[in-house]
Design a protein around this ligand. Structure first.
Ligand code: GLU
Length: 424
């Protein structure tokens, strides 16, 4: 029987096609996929084909480097969670392999073993869009263990799509942070010349050697391989689908620029400094929270739905200063009033992302405040969503939830805007 990666000939309706047998999609196992010599993929109904193996696939071995231990170097723990940065495409089959063996990661980034002795943990491997609150909680526990060990810092590798959500989750779930924690992803896989994960990992390792005891996203600052930015975990956002410098700070300056040879240029001085204490895990999370984006012409049914489903909190992404429709059939006022009456926290953020909410400027904003909404200033919608899940697992009473949501816990709220932070 033909195996994935075998060179085969396929007979279909009196025609012959030669190529490499590819893996079928999970949900269409009755389709046979063939990579033709010209590089295009073609699909056949398996029942209508006759397959002959021309050449068996050779087993592909990814390069690996020896894990060495140098007594003069400090220890850094790398926790891998999945995503492009720890994947490698096997061009023979087109399949993406998770690259989680420490020796394989080190072979991709040999510079790491000159900066520190690396220990790798892999609590789970998922694409980051599949992350759940359980993953955040498990990861926080793993980070806590590493921070309370003899490691000087922790690097978490992660799919880029939801990396910023996880950065926020770790920012709230680990108390009394004592060492640097860097979240790192890759926009390109490690077998491509433009692999960005190497520089991100190198800069993250240098970040771990610094005194910045903060959860930061450490990713390319420009599209070249010159430096990375260390962006506060609650203020980072993926702003481009494919650029290597996709992550930008929003409503904040980065903590630092980290150059590829290890030079660290501090941009902010108000960071939590490295200390010798132990961290505490605070990873309770209420799952029944929702993030809802308003669009003109859209009624409030979604709020009614979540209220009916027993949700405990909703973050709304309003327009501009934080608005939603308040007149006519599409008005959201009644639904919000009813939700708040039920004890549901309704927080307002802005879909502008940059700047802060201000519901006192227009009368429609005031109506939202009267309906019981709480405006969340310059907090990013995603950060507010994570913070709300965390806050609701700690306090129940509406006033206490409000107090906690408006308290600046991990640099998620800025007092005033630094003009240099816009489109940094
Ligand atoms: N969408 C996947 C993820 O976020 C792969 C892309 C990536 O790692 O950047 O995990």
């Amino acid at each position: 029987m033909a195996k994935i990666g075998d060179k085969v000939s396929v007979e279909h309706k009196d025609k012959r096609y030669d190529g490499i047998l590819m893996p079928s999609e999970e949900d269409s196992k009755d389709i046979l996929i063939l990579k033709l010599v010209n590089g295009y993929n073609i699909g056949f109904d398996k029942k209508e084909t006759k397959v002959k193996v021309l050449e068996s696939a050779r087993e592909y071995k990814f390069p690996s480097a020896k894990l060495t231990k140098d007594k003069k170097l400090p220890k850094i723990v790398i926790i891998t969670t999945g995503g492009t940065i720890t994947s490698k495409v096997d061009y023979k089959t087109g399949a993406v392999h998770p690259l989680i063996r420490p020796e394989e990661l080190l072979a991709q980034v040999p510079e790491l073993s000159k900066i520190a002795n690396i220990e790798i943990k892999n609590p789970f491997a998922v694409l980051s869009e599949d992350m759940t609150s359980k993953n955040w909680r498990d990861l926080a526990k793993e980070v806590m263990k590493a921070l309370n060990s003899d490691a000087i810092g922790v690097i978490v590798t992660h799919g880029t799509d939801t990396l910023a959500y996880t950065a926020s989750a770790l920012s709230f779930m680990i108390k009394d942070l004592n060492k640097p924690v860097a979240l790192v992803g890759g926009q390109r896989s490690s077998d491509r010349g433009s692999f960005d994960g190497a520089l991100n990992l190198i800069c993250a390792a240098y970040y771990c050697c610094s005194d910045i005891a903060e959860v930061s996203v450490v990713m390319h600052g420009t599209s070249s391989d010159d430096y990375c930015l260390a962006i506060p975990g609650t203020k980072a956002r993926k702003m481009h689908t494919s650029r290597r410098d996709a992550f930008r700070p929003v409503n904040s300056l980065p903590f630092a620029k980290i150059y590829n040879k290890g030079m660290i240029e501090l941009i902010r001085k108000d960071f939590n400094k490295r200390s010798t204490g132990k961290v505490k895990l605070d990873n309770k999370f209420e799952k029944k929270v929702a993030l809802v984006k308003f669009a003109p012409g859209q009624g409030p049914g979604v709020v009614d739905y979540y209220a009916k489903q027993g949700y405990k909190g909703i973050i709304l992404e309003g327009t501009g200063l934080g608005h939603v429709a308040i007149t006519g059939l599409n008005s959201w006022i009644k639904s919000i009033q009813q939700a708040v009456k039920k004890g549901i926290f309704v927080g307002i953020t802005s879909q502008c992302l940059y700047g802060r909410t201000d519901l006192f400027v227009y009368s429609n904003g005031r109506k939202l405040l009267d309906a019981g909404c709480i405006q969340l200033g310059d907090m990013l919608p995603e950060t507010a969503y994570i913070k709300l899940g965390w806050a609701l697992a700690h306090v129940k009473n509406s006033e206490d939830v409000k107090k906690l949501m408006l308290e600046n816990i991990s640099k998620e709220i800025s007092e005033k805007e630094d003009p240099k932070s816009y489109l940094y």
